[in-house]
Each structure stands twice: as structure tokens, then as C-alpha cells.
Design a protein around this ligand. Sequence first.
Ligand code: ZN
Length: 109
Amino acid sequence: MTKCPICDNGKLKSGEIEETMFGIYLGKFPAEICDRCGESFTSEEMTKKIEMIAKEKGIWGLGIKTKVAKTGNSLAIRIPKNIAKFLHLKEGRDVFIHPEKDKFVIETI
Ligand SMILES: [Zn+2]
């Protein structure tokens, strides 16, 4: 049995994981799961399959790094076109923004 590379204590056992990306359910996939820390590892082949499904659902690459800009006395963050499309955001639409620990959340309402 393989030792877990994350916690270095647990052993990896074959199991199944439910994969989600940006809150979208992608499906169940076979994986090696650590019996101590619960970390899961998918094979290269499965990782590629998960990537393919995410691409099919149009959510692959939606998470990107962006910069905070200044506009007047406020700060602005540009929302990339594909994220705006995913969230059905359009100019003039109301959104609710709030901080959440180390996140900045924009809720579509
Ligand atoms: Zn572990």
C-alpha cells in the first residue's frame, strides 16, 4: 500500500470521489483516498477526464488571477468575459458583494 504524500501517516486506499468545480458537479471518479487526512489522488488519466468534463461544461479556466485597479476613489476589479457569461452578468444588473474571511464574494441576486 502507498503512503500518503500529504500527511505522511495514512495509507492510500482505492475509493471514489465526487468532483465539483466552482460549485458545478462533475461526477464520481475512482481515486486513491488517504485513510487519515482524507486527501484524494486521481490518476493522470482521470485528471484528464475531469478536465475534459469541466471543458465540456464550459467552466474550465474560469478561475484566473486579476489585478485591482483604481477608479476615482474606489477600487475596481474587471470581470473577464467568460466569467460574466457564466454568471449571466450584464451591465446594470444588481449584485450583492461582501467579504468572507479571505475571499471577496459577489452574489448574483
Ligand atoms: Zn494523508
